[in-house]
Design a protein around this ligand. Structure first.
Ligand code: WT7
Length: 632
């Protein structure tokens, strides 16, 4: 039996056991399924103090050769990618493995022609059009490091990410469609690039066909460039530990950090986890509704499925356009077999009633997945009953940008399933719970800090340009362990239930923000003296953003000020981080040492001001009463 394909609870138990008793043997056997230009000298070397983790050391490979070339002999004419446009009436675009291979090679040649070399960082700021998938793979083909920035981020957020990575090229489009809106894209890039001297090349895909200003030295239309290059491009040999991509994500302090993933381990784990969680079978149509700008799209729209020669879909639009039945129509239209989405989408659609979902057949579905935030029981049940028709296993997949792949989840129908529980760790994943003192809790029916005590192939290797930050954020709280930032429970059967973040990170509609990041954006307004942001429970978004703001001059308080603060956040981060509530306050609850007591602010925002607990250590307990009285 190959541990690559887990097809029963017994397979899982055997694979898990093997993966802990002989991790190197286990992963070496999985890695044999891929095409390596040179095999590894050692499977694993690691030290969580550095941290310094190497998988398949000294091996060489190119992930695109494994995603594309490897399938050409047998599957050249099978569908690799199906693109569904925003408008249901517009034609879908489909690529066979042969066609996708050629598109990627051409784009790769355009990159080379424009002076992009192996190791260069390339920022990709593209909407969900096929060129996003092609551009990403084209970077990997030539060994350029892609840094995809979700196309909903603001110019300032884009500029920060370009500068941090010192990207030399930006791949973008003229504009984009999203629901009933047509939005600018190139204009945002132009604004960002006023502050980005490292960028020498901008390649522009056509989508909305509007006029966009082009800078003669810097900007090229992709279509013109494609005409000038050959259609084949050899895959660049990459060391297993060479950087494959950077993806920025928010933490509890400072600016977003560039999570770095490397080639070999990421490839092996993205492929292995995709296959087993979704139980993909040849001929299936798999659809993940995420955006490729997030890690979910990287691992489970692109790399995981393509590594398994799957047919993967990408959807340009939103769940509610033209109406709340769109997801279900798409599932029926393409006879989707595995569907993967976020709790926030499920809750938003559930709120529209059952008429849309009941109109659809949904009889092709075999596995339905959830990702990004805890899924509450009501949403889980609705998803299971109305979408899965009580027939499909729900895989609630817990993982993070930093983990590269799914860590805790059911494996299709082969795992115990319990509402709102992610379940058991995948083979090779040694999750543990720690108590306040950092001791491992061995019993079940407990709650603790979720950590991982052994390396897995797709774990982050560093944070770009700042290895100390990687160490401090993930490997210092509990020395010898990777700390996730999440709290979790473990039930009597060992199934994990994720509670949520225990740090100053909030999860809004499955998007991750640091409270400090939003505060920085608010503080850009010169009239703000100080601000404090917390999350609060929100019916659709999971968490909403609640901002307490002290103004230098209280006379400025009012709706005009509120609007301008919202604008500040939209400018600094993007519309996705727009605060839901802004309360002007005369002061903030602080300890005598000047630390803001967020616990109190969270309670007030949650509407639980009656149970504030001990406030005696506060510098000025009176301010709490004033904030409570004015709470929104
Ligand atoms: C954080 C990571 C990885 C995909 C998208 C989010 C939360 C993620 C679940 C889940 C409960 C979840 C955690 C985690 N999270 N999946 N199935 N159940 N919580 O990636 O932006 O890196 O955020 O999302 O809090 O730490 P991300």
């Amino acid at each position: 039996m190959s541990h690559y394909y887990i097809k029963s609870p017994e397979d899982y138990a055997a694979a898990y056991q093997k993966s802990t008793e002989d991790p190197e043997g286990f992963w070496a056997e999985i890695a044999e399924h891929f095409q390596w230009m040179k095999k590894w000298d050692s499977v694993l070397s690691w030290d969580f103090d550095g941290p310094d983790v190497r998988w398949f050391n000294d091996a060489q490979l190119n992930i695109t050769e494994n995603c594309l070339d490897r399938h050409l002999e047998e599957r050249s004419d099978e569908l690799a990618l199906i693109w569904e446009p925003n408008e249901p009436s517009e034609d879908s675009i489909q690529f066979t493995y042969g066609q996708l291979h050629e598109e990627v090679c051409r784009y790769a040649n355009v990159l080379k022609k424009n002076g992009v070399n192996k190791g260069d960082r390339v920022a990709i700021y593209l909407p969900m059009i096929p060129d996003l998938a092609i551009a990403t793979l084209a970077c990997a083909r030539i060994g350029a490091v892609h840094s995809i920035v979700f196309a909903g981020f603001s110019a300032q957020a884009l500029a920060d990410r370009i500068n941090d990575a010192q990207a030399s090229a930006v791949l973008t489009s003229d504009g984009m469609y999203r629901g009933n809106k047509k939005l600018p894209v190139k204009a945002i890039v132009d604004e960002a690039l006023e502050h980005c001297p490292s960028v020498h090349t901008v390649l522009v895909s056509r989508r909305t066909d509007e006029e966009v200003p082009m800078q003669a030295e810097r900007d090229r239309f992709l279509a013109d460039e494609l005409k000038t290059v050959p259609s084949s491009c050899p895959a660049e040999p990459m060391d297993s530990e060479d950087m494959l991509f950077i993806l920025y994500t928010s933490g509890s302090t400072g600016k977003p950090k560039g999570v770095v993933h490397s080639c070999g381990g990421y490839m092996v784990y993205a492929a292995f986890s995709f296959q087993n969680v979704f139980q993909y079978a040849a001929g299936d149509i798999y659809w993940c509704s995420a955006d490729i700008g997030w890690i979910t799209g990287h691992s489970y729209i692109l790399y995981g499925p393509l590594l398994n020669a799957a047919t993967t879909m990408m959807f340009e639009g939103v769940p509610t356009y033209p109406d709340a039945g769109r997801f279900w129509e798409i599932c029926d239209k393409y006879q989707v077999n595995q569907f993967y989405t976020a709790p926030t989408a499920i809750r938003a659609l559930m709120a529209q009633g059952d008429k849309h979902v009941e109109k659809a057949q949904l009889d092709s579905l075999k596995v339905i997945g959830s990702v990004g935030e805890p899924i509450n029981e009501e949403a889980w049940q609705w998803y299971h009953d109305k979408v899965g028709k009580g027939r499909c296993p729900v895989v609630d997949t817990w993982w993070q940008t930093e983990t590269g792949g799914i860590m805790i989840s059911g494996l299709g129908p082969h795992s115990p399933m319990k509402a709102s529980h992610a379940g058991l760790p995948l083979p090779g994943i040694q999750t543990i719970l720690l108590d306040q003192e950092g001791r491992e809790i061995l019993e079940n029916e407990v709650e603790g800090y979720l950590c991982v005590k052994f390396p897995w192939p797709s774990m982050l290797r560093t944070t770009y340009g700042d290895h100390e930050r990687c160490k401090n954020t993930y490997f210092s709280n509990y020395p010898g362990h990777y700390f996730t930032g999440d709290g979790a429970k473990r039930d009597a059967d060992g199934l994990y239930r994720i509670i949520g973040r225990v740090d100053d990170v909030i999860n809004v509609s499955g998007h991750r923000f640091g409270t400090a990041e939003i505060e920085n954006a608010l503080n850009q307004d010169q009239r703000v003296a100080e601000s404090a942001v917390v999350g609060y429970p929100h019916d659709i978004k999971g968490q909403g953003i609640y901002a307490y703001v002290i103004l230098k001059d209280p006379i400025d308080a009012g709706s005009a000020m509120e609007n301008s603060l919202v604008e500040s956040v939209v400018r600094g981060i993007g519309k996705i981080a727009r605060p839901d509530k802004i309360q002007f306050v005369p002061g903030l609850p602080k300890t005598r040492s000047g630390k803001i007591m967020r616990r109190i602010l969270r309670k007030i925002a949650e509407g639980e001001a009656s149970s504030l607990g001990d406030t005696s250590t506060l510098l000025d307990p009176g301010v709490v009463e004033i904030i409570k009285a004015g709470a929104l």
